[in-house]
Structures are given as structure tokens and as C-alpha cells.
Design a protein around this ligand. Structure first.
Ligand SMILES: [Ca+2]
Ligand SMILES: [Ca+2]
Ligand SMILES: [Ca+2]
Ligand SMILES: [Ca+2]
Length: 580
């Protein structure tokens, strides 16, 4: 099973290595897999399904088997695949190109809608984001006064709940260090920590060794070839009697099967070393206190104010929020970078997710800030296995529901079945698979661009009860700090795709309720029974439809059509439900 972990299984999975350690996906995959055991213990797969019936709305063409593209995606297609359509393009995107053509053909008008990105910091100066930001009109920036008296000083584009902190422990470390919860929890956390820390150090050393081997081989082969840049063909055609050099060429040839170039391999190996170093030095370090610089007590929700009005990313590698924001709302058709999913969107930047586990206090207050300051949708591309103050978050979710705000949550990247009692991903909206605590949370799993057995990303969590729908999350091209663009993957990228579609539909049909938007996205998706490799058991294939409540891929075009029918009272949403 260990072949399934990203960082430890160079030979089979290297190609899937995330490029940036600091993105949450990497954090999730490596952390959860190392901390929670994940793939190292036999997985008891409990499919608690059967009770769930998704009734297909009549307007959606039901095709039992979708056919995937036979040829490889071009670079342009790779960059735009989330906007393609399963039927029209044989690419399992969200039908956004089709949706925009439909909007244009029908002259549909849209209103501005605010989407809060509750995440790491965001590059507020990015060329493709800077004109898309929510502005608090009543707040004067940087005068150290809370002009609009909303409790937050200088919150021009949102708020920064992390102050100047960035690295953080994960919850198991905090539970052990601060003796949170009861003794049962503490002992469990202690056990996990005792397992995770040596593993992080071991992984770090393994990565270092591979890095050194590749660096040395690269330098020697460059010298032998007499050139700085070489390709696989150069290696294959190179003949030498030196056993040493032959070995080095062998190493490099192997690396070419994991990435397109040796510089790319080196970049990812460096990222791996950094990642595992940070794991050992910060995330799993009992003695590290990342919160000290903030100055509040994170276990007292009444201890406010704290943080500051600047939600910009602090470091270039703090890229997660920027990437997520671009997927939702990068400025469309401006001749720059990418097109976000939603045209008329305003991004509210809420910096609350550090490089480590987020605090429940920041998440709860972040949700409340978004609700109180006009966001209609909150994107929540984060998650963790333990949530010591989860009641604060549940209360905030219910508050959002009461104010008609939709929360779109990433399913998480452990490749696990969230319906299994030992694999919760907080914040969830169902306690022990019970009834939903609120009707406004949409949980989203991740797809790859391949409409075939690899449709579901191998890292994506799933669950017939706990995951509502799927959206593109593998190799997603979006904005990066410093005015850059790059690919990242994770359910962290799937949630903002879904949030963007929700924003698009809601911006055109603003009278719909949050719960209706959630249901529209689920019901109007493209359903398929196509057999896919189960993320938790690569030897097993399961129908795609069995991995989520709706069994569907979000589709913006279908969602618009369904939304119109609901607005015109030609479709009764209440007749179609996902019965539990
Ligand atoms: Ca204010
Ligand atoms: Ca001010
Ligand atoms: Ca653009
Ligand atoms: Ca749910």
C-alpha cells in the first residue's frame, strides 16, 4: 500500500508529486498519510450506501458511459480542462465554456456576487486578481482605525486572522503539547505523533539522498555530454565504458519517467526536502509555538481583536489562497493568465489557514466575518482530522445557513472514504454520518482530466454520505503569488471550481437560496456509472456514481438550465432529494 504515498514512492507516483510543499494538498497528503496512518494500515472500507437515492432530473441527458478523449490533452487543454465539458469535449470539466456560450446566446444578465476565500493569504497585487477583490467601502485602509466599526481594523479586502504567523503545529501535536481534550484523545494523539515524527525525519533523509544522487548525476552527465541542457534521447544515445557514468545515466533516465525534465525533478525533490523538514521542525514539533506572535489565546473565542487587516500572502510559497482565488474569480477575457469560473465575482480575502492545522477559532470567526460583511459563498479548501473546538465551527456554519450563505468545502486529500468513522475531515456537516447540521455545506471531491478509470484523483477523499459531488482537482492551472501561474492539485482546487460555478449561477439567479444552489449543483451534474479506480484501494474499481451523494460531476451549463427552470417554477426542487 505504501506505493500510494506521494513522497515516499518515487518510482510509481513521482509524477503526481505536488510542485509546492506549501500548498495544502501536499500538507494534507503527506501529513494525513503519515499522521493518520492512512495507507499504512489495512483499510476497512465501509460503504455505507444503499440508503441514498439520487433521482435524475428529467432535463439532464443521462448517458450511462461517457467516452474519454483518445488523444493526450494539448498544453492549452491542460490549462483549460476544468472549463471543458464531458459530453462536448470528452473532458470531465464543469462545462463552463458551454455555460458562457449559453449565457451569451440568451443574453443573460448577472449581478456581482462576493465569494470569501477562507484560506492562506492571497496575492492582492496579482495582475489577474487585483481588480476582482471585494472592497469594504466604509473602511479606510491602514489608518489603524476600525472606520466601519465592524470589529476589524483596516479590513479593506478582508481580514488576516493569522497576524504575522505562518508555520503551525498540526492538531495532534497541539493535543499532546497542550493536553487538549480527555486522556483517551491525548493517548491517541501521542501514539500518532510518536509514529509520525520519525517517519517525517526518515522521509526527509530519503528525499535528501535522492536529491543528492540526482544532483551529482546531473552535474557529471552535463560535463560528459558537454552541454547544460539535455533530453532523454541524449541519455539513450550516450555510450560510455565508465560503470560509474552508466549508473548515473541510469538514475537520470529513471527520473525522466517521473517528470519532463531534470530541473523539474530537482525542484520537486527540493520541495520534498523542505516539506519534510517543516513537518519535523514545526508541524510535529511539540515545542514550537507558531501562535505566539499573534498574541491572542486561540482557545478563547472571546479573546478579540487579534490579527490585522492585511490578508496578503507573507511568502511566495504561501501560494494556496492565490491559486484558489484564481480558480474562482481570475479576471475573465482580459488577455492575461486564466479565466476564473465566475465573471461577476468579488473575492473577499480571509487569511486563516497557516502552514499547519488551522485553528477552529480563526475558522469560526472567519466564517462569521464573511457572513456579516456580505459574502454569499465561502470557499473552504482546508481540513483536518481533529477539531478540538469544533462546536465553534458548527455554530458558525449554522449562522451562515441562517443568513443564506453557502459554504463549499474540499473533501480532503487522504484518498479515504470519509464515511468511515475513523476518517473525519473537519469541518464536516454531519456528525458520525448523522443528519446534516445545516443545509448550506457542499463537500467536493477531486477529478483528473481523464474520463476513464483514472477519473477520480487518487488523493481525493470520497463518501456516499459525506462527499456531495466531484469537480476538477488534478493538475489545475491558476494564479500564483508574484504575478505567476502554475499547476496545483488537490480537492483544494476542486472546491473553488464548484464555488465558482455556484457564484456564476447565483449571480444570474440571485433570488435562489443557498440550499437551492447546493441542490442545483448536485442534481444538475453529469452522472456516470463509469468504473473508476477507488482512491483507497487502487486494485479495485467502483462505479463513479458510488463515490458521492449525487454521483455526479458539477456542470455549469446544466446548473444554469436547472436554475432557470426553478426560477420559472417549472421544476420543483423539493421533489428531488437525496434521501438518507
Ligand atoms: Ca472595519
Ligand atoms: Ca481603517
Ligand atoms: Ca485572466
Ligand atoms: Ca453533508
Amino acid at each position: 500500500m505504501s506505493t500510494h504515498t506521494k513522497y515516499t514512492s518515487i518510482p510509481t507516483k513521482y509524477v503526481a508529486l505536488p510542485t509546492k510543499h506549501a500548498d495544502l494538498k501536499t500538507k494534507y497528503v503527506a501529513l494525513h498519510r503519515s499522521i493518520c496512518g492512512g495507507f499504512f494500515k489495512p483499510l476497512l472500507l465501509l460503504f455505507l450506501l444503499a440508503s441514498c437515492k439520487a433521482l435524475p432530473p428529467s432535463f439532464v441527458v443521462e448517458t450511462p458511459v461517457l467516452t474519454g478523449k483518445k488523444t493526450a490533452l494539448s498544453l492549452e487543454e491542460k490549462k483549460q480542462w476544468p472549463h471543458k465539458d464531458p459530453y462536448t469535449d470528452s473532458i470531465p470539466g464543469m462545462g463552463l465554456e458551454k455555460a458562457y456560450a449559453y449565457i451569451k446566446d440568451n443574453g443573460l444578465k448577472s449581478n456581482s456576487i462576493t465569494v470569501a476565500v477562507l484560506d492562506s493569504g492571497i496575492d492582492l497585487l496579482h495582475e489577474d486578481l487585483k481588480d476582482q477583490l471585494w472592497i469594504n467601502e466604509k473602511e479606510i485602509a491602514a489608518n489603524e482605525i476600525d472606520d466601519d466599526k465592524n470589529g476589524y481594523t483596516d479590513d479593506l479586502h478582508g481580514y488576516n486572522f493569522l497576524g504575522e504567523s505562518y508555520h503551525e503545529q498540526v492538531e495532534v501535536t497541539r493535543i499532546v503539547a497542550l493536553k487538549l481534550g480527555d486522556t483517551v484523545l491525548q493517548e491517541r494523539a501521542q501514539k500518532e505523533l510518536e509514529k509520525a515524527l520519525p517517519k517525517a525525519l526518515q522521509d526527509k533523509n530519503q528525499y535528501r539522498q535522492i536529491l543528492m544522487a540526482v544532483e551529482t548525476a546531473d552535474a557529471d552527465v552535463k560535463k560528459a555530454l558537454g552541454k547544460d541542457r539535455y533530453y532523454l534521447a541524449d541519455l539513450e544515445n550516450f555510450e560510455t565504458n565508465s560503470i560509474m557514468l552508466q549508473q548515473k545515466i541510469g538514475v537520470l533516465k529513471q527520473m525522466f519517467s517521473f517528470a519532463d525534465s531534470i530541473p523539474q525533478v530537482l525542484k520537486e525533490l527540493h520541495a520534498g526536502v523542505t516539506h519534510f523538514s517543516e513537518l519535523a521542525d514545526f508541524n510535529l514539533n511539540k515545542n514550537f509555538d507558531g501562535r505566539a506572535v499573534v498574541g491572542d489565546n486561540p482557545y478563547d473565542i472571546l479573546d478579540v481583536p487579534y490579527g490585522n487587516g492585511n490578508p496578503k500572502n507573507r511568502l511566495p510559497e504561501e501560494s494556496h489562497g492565490t491559486h484558489v482565488a484564481g480558480i474562482i474569480g481570475a479576471q475573465r477575457d482580459n488577455g492575461l493568465g486564466i479565466n476564473g469560473a465566475a465573471a461577476q465575482v468579488k473575492i473577499m480575502a480571509l487569511r486563516a489557514v497557516p502552514n499547519g492545522d488551522e485553528y477552529d477559532k480563526d475558522i469560526a470567526l472567519g466564517i462569521r466575518y464573511a457572513v456579516d460583511n456580505g459574502a454569499k459563498i465561502i470557499n473552504a479548501s482546508f481540513g483536518k482530522s481533529y477539531s478540538p473546538n469544533v462546536e465553534w465551527v458548527y455554530e458558525a456554519i449554522k449562522y451562515a445557513a441562517s443568513k443564506d450563505v453557502l459554504i463549499v468545502h474540499a473533501a480532503g486529500n487522504e484518498g479515504e472514504n470519509l464515511d468511515h468513522p475513523s476518517h473525519p475531515n473537519f469541518p464536516n456537516d454531519q456528525i458520525n454520518n448523522g443528519p446534516e447540521i445545516a443545509n448550506n455545506v457542499l463537500t467536493v471531491g477531486a477529478l483528473t482530466s481523464e474520463l476513464g478509470e483514472n477519473l477520480v484523483a487518487d488523493f481525493s477523499n470520497y463518501g456516499k454520505i459525506n462527499v456531495d459531488v466531484f469537480a476538477p482537482g488534478g493538475a489545475i492551472y491558476s494564479t500564483m503569488p508574484g504575478g505567476l501561474y502554475d499547476f496545483q492539485d488537490g480537492t483544494s482546487m476542486a472546491a473553488p471550481g464548484a464555488a465558482g460555478v455556484a457564484a456564476l449561477v447565483w449571480s444570474i439567479y440571485p433570488n435562489l437560496q443557498a440550499a437551492e444552489i447546493k441542490k442545483i449543483l448536485m442534481l444538475s451534474g453529469v452522472r456516470s456509472e463509469i468504473p473508476v479506480i477507488s482512491p483507497s484501494d487502487p486494485d479495485k474499481k467502483v462505479p463513479f456514481s458510488s463515490l458521492s451523494v449525487s454521483g455526479r460531476i458539477i456542470n455549469a451549463y446544466n446548473a444554469l438550465i436547472l436554475a432557470k427552470q426553478i426560477q420559472d417554477k417549472k421544476f420543483n426542487l423539493n421533489k428531488y432529494d437525496f434521501i438518507r
